[in-house]
Design a protein around this ligand. Sequence first.
Ligand code: PMP
Length: 289
Amino acid sequence: MSRQVYLNGQLVPQEQAMVSVFDHGLLYGDGVFEGIRVYYDKVFLLDEHIDRLYESARAIRLEIPISPEEMTAAVADTVKANGIENGYVRLVITRGAGALGLDIRKTSNPQVIIIADTITLYPQEIYDNGLPLITASTIRNHPAALSPRIKSLNYLNNIMAKVEATDGGTIEALMLNHKGEVAECTGDNIFIIKKGVLMTPPNDAGILEGVTRYAVMRLAEEAGMEVREVAMTKHDIYVADECFLTGTAAEVIAVISLDGRQIGSGKPGPITQKLLGLFRELTKQGSFD
Ligand code: PMP
């Protein structure tokens, strides 16, 4: 079925949704993006995603030509035009077409693209049995290079780590930071549970601050759990009672081993399952308020 894609203020059939081959998004990965879920006709945690998009853009000195309010309305229009009740929205902002060189002053017309589509979910088997994880040799971007806090179109580092995962027969890989600490996975944040305390690496471990990460931390706190953002090493994962990943596509997925070493009972743990349940309840609401 032909989708209607939002492109610079207009909904156009997907075949007509095109950008220039001189766009710096294509030439240099110069741009930012967001991935958002639609559940039960509602765009999930849209404000949080819009905030992150504008912060990512600001960090790379890209001025998005429309306001956050206009972007919010455009997302709603695109979802509606495609009749998406449960699906996925991809927002892409590129630097726009320019000269064959890095100078952003020679670019013009940032492209604003919104795609609303269905989503292929992870197989139920992964939720039932959990995920084996491997550690990638590719480390997460050094925070003093391209900050991992920016959701930029430059994902090659994470793509190379994901290749290591698929070569290793699984779908996600743990990425360490330049200090050898646990950062996150290629497209998901990581959590452990130890003696009832929920722990996840802090911002300065070099992570993308996941919207799902935020939601799960908030749900855990509201459920009376202690939540800590702490630097951790692989040792902490090996000795954890439970481990799980969070992400827009993944939601909450249990991790049962790391590099062949069993974590906890080797099955999705009770707290992980409880948090997945709370998260799925939140998806029915659409937001915290
Ligand atoms: N880390 C990285 C590197 C990501 O690309 C993503 C998004 N897929 C996440 C974490 C999870 O973020 P969110 O919960 O906002 O999807």
